[in-house]
Design a protein around this ligand. Structure first.
Ligand code: AHR
Length: 531
């Protein structure tokens, strides 16, 4: 009988003749080489998104009638949880909402603001919260606002006027209007996206790629002539449903807008509709495959682009999350729309997305978890309190720790294959082959290594040798783990089952650390590595 050797365990093999032979199995390996770098991590990958949708704005970040709110009407408990995430940049006001939104409805004296029928999510929009309230929120919470213009029902002149209102100091009508509204200084909004998901038939004013690029190019012209320092994000692919052609969309956008845009926005939502854990935790690989595909398309168009003194086009994953439970029918419309409740496996998928952003740090320069509060969100409220959903914790760990140079890490561990499966709604993935149980990224900054490891294995710890190729570990390495009692464990008001736990530090010397990553966990290890 042949001997079998598996990694990460002591294996006892019984031979027919009755002898028992014990073999020490080989550990998994992660090799760190400080010379193998990918690129600099952009702080804007720790972004979020606020849309006029369900209870994200009203009853989420903004609740002027609540005792829990400050003088500006902002929920203090929510603001403190938002600050814990250290969001760098937050996209506003949509999403699908923006494609039937006129920004002028949301500025000026509140008593004069007109309620409007909102057709993306079928609600009445009161317009009590708008541009200036959001900018005020951004100042108090400490992030940079990022606006999306209406390329659906809106005109290019409306978009231009909004840029003037926000960014021009004085003189023309809309700059003066802002001053009249109580904001003498311009808001200096740097990031503007040219519409939202214009490839989706669900979008108000949906267009084909050719029509979108014509409109977006002219909008870009007017917007940049009004405020030359702005950065523009084009609406890349979001539609992967049967019959859609996301590659054609992205290629057209990149070819036609290559001289004017700074980012191409991509969106992804994944889910576990078949309750297949291993399929689901492999979904970050789909994001990574799409990233690499679009990176190739960018490389092609950059060969004959005319963009003197500008960076190449980057990718902004400006909507990403798990979303499949509250995605249809009543759960997807009205005041309580999209109130997805998350569990541990969702948090592992988010950890995988964040790892994928780091592994593609050369091209992914912005990412926005969709959304911030209540609506497919890491923070969840009722009238009296709030709690942090499971997906809060990996984002918090990354946004507070993972900066500097992304390293190209070597990983050797056991793998598995998936079948073709549903990604969430009506999108199907290709089969994912050789999915490593360990999903890893690493950064190096100021002599410190931060290692981020998802153990996708549902039942087994994976004992791993972390090997430095170019330097020595020293001192105490902190270990933080996101985990919970089981893959379906959820948090609730006053019940935090899935969270970050500080583990005993590892004392490291030399060039090897051995650590056993627990099943269904995300672990961040941080400490000194000197050349
Ligand atoms: O984030 C929820 C919705 O998802 C957004 O409004 C839209 O852009 C996407 O389809």
């Amino acid at each position: 009988m042949p001997l079998a050797i598996v990694r990460g365990a002591l294996l006892t093999v019984s031979l027919h003749i009755g002898l028992a032979l014990t073999v020490t199995a080989q550990n998994a390996r992660i090799k760190i080489d400080l010379d193998r770098t990918i690129g600099e991590v952009d702080k804007n990958i720790y972004g979020n998104f606020v849309e006029h949708l369900g209870r994200c704005v009203y009853g989420g970040i903004y609740d002027p009638g609540s005792k829990l709110s400050n003088n500006s009407g902002f929920r203090r408990d929510v603001m403190s949880a938002v600050k814990g995430l250290k969001p760098t940049i937050v996209r506003y006001p949509g999403g699908n909402f923006v494609s039937n939104y006129n920004w002028l409805d949301g500025v000026g004296p509140k008593a004069d603001r007109i309620p409007r029928l909102e057709l993306a999510w079928y609600t009445l929009e009161s317009n009590q919260f708008g541009t200036n309230e959001f900018v005020e929120y951004a100042h108090q919470a400490g992030f940079e606002p990022y606006f999306s213009v209406n390329m659906g029902t809106g005109t290019i002149e409306e978009a231009r006027r909004w840029v003037e209102y926000c960014n021009v100091k004085e003189g023309p009508y809309y700059a003066e209007l802002r001053k009249k509204h109580g904001y003498p200084d311009p808001h200096k909004i740097k990031y503007w996206s040219l519409g939202n998901e214009m490839d989706g038939p669900w979008q108000m004013g949906h267009m084909n790629a050719e029509d979108y690029t014509k409109k977006a190019r002219e909008a870009a012209k007017l917007m940049t002539r009004t405020s030359p320092e702005i950065k523009l994000i084009a609406a890349g692919s979001s539609n992967y449903r049967e019959g859609a052609d996301p590659d054609h969309w992205n290629q057209t956008i990149l070819r036609e807008l290559k001289d004017v845009i700074d980012y191409i926005a991509l969106h992804i939502y994944v889910g576990n509709p078949d309750s297949n854990y291993y399929n689901f935790v492999s979904t970050p690989l789909v994001l990574e495959q799409r990233t690499k595909l679009v990176k190739g398309m960018i490389d092609v168009v950059m060969q004959n682009a005319n963009r003197p003194n500008r960076d190449p086009i980057y990718i902004a994953w400006d909507e990403y999350n798990v979303w499949y439970r509250a995605r249809r029918g009543a759960a997807a419309t009205g005041r309580n729309a999209l109130e997805e409740r998350y569990n541990l496996e969702d948090a592992l998928v988010i950890s995988g997305f964040l790892n994928a952003f780091i592994r593609n740090a050369d091209v992914v320069k912005m990412a926005n978890m969709a959304q911030l509060v209540n609506v497919i969100a890491p923070i969840f409220t009722n009238d009296k309190e709030m709690f942090r959903q499971t997906i809060y914790f990996p984002l918090q760990l990354f946004a507070n720790n993972v900066f500097g140079t992304a390293l190209d890490v070597f990983v050797d561990c056991k793998t598995y294959n998936t079948d073709k499966f549903f990604l969430g709604l009506s999108e199907t993935t290709t089969q994912q082959k050789n999915v490593p149980y360990l999903d890893v990224s690493a950064t190096y900054s100021n002599g410190e290594l931060v290692l981020n490891v998802v153990n996708r294995h549902k039942d087994e710890a994976i004992t791993t040798d972390i090997l430095s190729q170019t330097g020595t570990f020293s001192g105490a390495f902190s270990v933080q783990e996101v985990n919970g009692p089981g893959i379906k464990a959820q948090n609730d008001f006053n019940k935090e089952q899935v969270k970050t736990t500080e583990k005993a530090p590892i004392t490291a010397t030399g060039n090897k650390i051995t650590y056993s990553f627990p099943p269904h966990s995300f672990t961040m290890i941080r400490g000194k590595l000197s050349r």
